[in-house]
Design a protein around this ligand. Structure first.
Ligand code: NDP
Length: 424
């Protein structure tokens, strides 16, 4: 594949950006039309997706161009409303690419479902009875969703655990390219009556678990510290501070929550763009962040002073899908998958975790050096001006004035706009 030079992409006009993507065969003519016409999700389709539709709701659809994961370069689509997130991911990905990119690993890719039984007279006898009929239960589960078995997936294993007054059965399922919520739930409901019979007890519920500990993915990267600063002393100092910041997120839940929020700035943006269930991904990851009994920062960093490298690592449950749900229905989601090169669910999961690590790198670097406000300032000033009623054409004259004021607030924006209009 020819190397694409993305320098200056952010400075191009909207039309120029689409032209650039087309010129590099990253956007088909059909997709270009779809984006230009901005009729992305029709009411008819929206009506098929959810209930009580009264319209569709838009958010910016953007691209992080140069993300290298396992030696392959991805154009990563983002959907986000937050200023600076795309710029930060782009900046971090560029530096990480120059340092060799991300290396990732899929530990496993199975979904977990559970059936909770209660009022069990003898939990040990009930557990043994269920485990004794393991093969039969797995067959029952697979018979409830034969299409996934035909695709090479299906129920793989079951275990039983006693937790307080509950006897809980956990079923692991290979859902192939789907997230699998519906297929796992169908299987669980199919095995429920037999479990109740075997345990001689009622079931409280049968449902997929979003704590997807059998779908873990790890991303790592090692950044040459010369990319932190041209001054080697400064780079050394910054690397040390970033490691301290990583430590802070391990020991203080107040910092850990914000550390992880930054990671999800990128992850949610990509999960949303690819039509996936971001609530499921968030729920699983936050549960994973608390797995040792206290909520921790999810990404960690270490500094090798001799090798002059700052190395980061992030492991997350990532039960992501490329099929199912609303993925095939939303045209923008299809464009997002195309931009990524239509990866498999395993491949996509790796890019998503890598993006989380990139976002964390950018946040820690900014926080331990200039602070995040300097980067946010320009976008914040622009937002304030637009909110005050400024037109896009007035922004180039107003923005420099706004950035030199002492108070960056809505009143200043209104005053500047009023004066500007009076003078012109
Ligand atoms: P679907 O119910 O849409 O099932 C997946 C679909 O994809 C099936 O129709 C399947 O076809 C098709 N498919 C095509 N190719 C493949 C392939 N290679 N591998 C796997 N499936 C393929 O989606 P899920 O079961 O994944 O459920 C996800 C949805 O459930 C999301 O919308 C989610 O928001 C929602 N949900 C989430 C819950 C949670 O997180 N707790 C709870 C309940 C719902 P075929 O039928 O022929 O196999």
């Amino acid at each position: 594949m020819t190397k694409i030079n993305w320098t200056g992409f952010s400075k191009k006009s909207y039309d120029e950006r689409l032209e650039f993507l087309s010129k590099h065969n990253l956007l088909s003519p059909d997709h270009q039309d779809t984006l230009e016409e901005n009729v992305l999700l029709t009411i008819d389709t929206a009506n098929q997706m959810v209930e009580n539709v009264i319209g569709t709701f838009s958010l910016p659809f953007t691209i992080v161009p140069d993300v290298m994961v396992n030696d392959k370069v991805y154009k990563v689509p983002f959907v986000t409303e937050e200023p600076s997130v795309v710029a930060a991911a782009t900046f971090a990905s560029k530096i990480i690419k120059r340092s060799g990119g991300f290396k990732t690993k899929v530990h496993n890719r199975l979904m977990i479902g559970q059936v909770a039984l209660y009022d069990v007279d003898d939990v040990n006898t009930a557990s043994s009875a269920i485990l004794h009929h393991k093969d039969e239960i797995l067959e029952l589960a697979n018979a409830a969703h034969p299409s996934i078995v035909k695709r090479g997936g299906g129920a793989r294993d079951l275990t039983v655990e006693i937790k307080e007054e509950f006897l809980i059965l956990y079923l692991t399922v290979d859902t192939q390219e789907a997230m699998g919520a519906n297929m796992v739930n169908t299987m669980l409901e199919a095995i429920k009556p037999r479990l109740e019979e075997l345990a001689d007890a009622p079931s409280l519920m049968a449902i997929l678990s979003n704590y997807a500990t059998e779908s873990l993915v790890t991303a790592q990267c090692c950044i040459d510290t010369r990319f932190l600063s041209r001054n080697s002393q400064e780079a050394h100092h910054l690397a040390e501070k970033m490691v301290l910041a990583s430590r802070l997120a391990q020991v203080d839940p107040y910092r850990a929550a914000t550390h992880n929020k930054g990671i999800f700035n990128g992850i949610d943006a990509l999960v949303l763009a690819t039509g996936n269930d971001w609530r499921a991904i968030e729920a699983g990851s936050h549960a994973y962040a608390s797995r040792q009994g206290q909520y921790h920062g999810l990404a960690t960093w270490s500094y090798n002073e001799n090798a002059k490298t700052l190395c980061g690592e992030l492991t997350l449950p990532m039960p992501i899908a490329t099929k199912g749900g609303s993925i095939g229905l939303n045209p923008t989601v299809q464009i997002a998958h195309d931009l990524l090169g239509n990866p498999s669910a395993r491949e996509l999961a790796q890019v998503i975790v890598a993006i989380g690590l990139a976002q964390n790198f950018a946040a820690l670097k900014a926080l331990t050096s200039t602070g995040i406000q300097s980067g946010h300032m320009k976008l914040q000033a622009k937002s304030l001006l637009l909110l005050a009623g400024a037109k896009e054409s007035e922004i180039p004259q107003l923005l420099p004035q706004m950035l030199t004021t002492k108070r960056l607030d809505s009143q200043t924006a209104q005053e500047l706009l009023a004066k500007f209009r009076e003078d012109s």
